[in-house]
Design a protein. Sequence first.
Length: 240
Amino acid sequence: MSPLAETAALLADRTRAAFCLALLDGRAWTAGELARHAGVRPSTASEQLSRLVEGGLLAEERQGRHRYVRLAGPEAAGLVEALASYAPGTPRPENLRASVRLGAEARARTCYDHLAGRLGVALAEAMLARGLVVAGGGSDADDGPAADAGLAVTPAGRAWLADVLAYDHPPGTRRPLVRSCLDWTERRPHLAGALGAALCAAALDRAWVRRVGSGRAVKVTPDGTEAFRTLLGVEAGVAA
């Protein structure tokens, strides 16, 4: 079996796919937490998680008796999100609780370590409109060997990152400074890469957004409403 077929087979199972989608919140989960999330027995979860770890999609951490797993990195997260965006239609919620969760995630959520949903797409469009990011590539400096061929950060964008987010992209790093990530609910791109991660980290650290429950959804706070409006001209109503 080819490597592509092996990776596709890993995500072809509903339980394994549910685990990977849950881990797009960027945090580490225990096997028990993922078992409850997917509605399977702990023994089933342990077996399926081992296959995902062996296949390179998940990384494992152990602390004492506890086993934690997380997505192996931005590349694994990008693969899962991209595949989700190609799924036909929006998942139909099975009950009211699922409907509320899906609605919250569509408004604003984390996609591994960057912001997604209507909020993430609005922030991406605002950065493009203000000339902080441009389509077509060709920035003034090396964005890394894996730089997105379709997007680049302008000199004004690099200054914005340094002044507003206190982020300076390390030279020679493998992760691209900016990358387009197709949003599976909006069917439009939001921003990933180091820029997306820096913006998401700042939003969480400065309480511009806060996590909702134990899932991927986040909610814009009053401070975030003011920050996004002042810094990028984005109205928090996009994520209301």
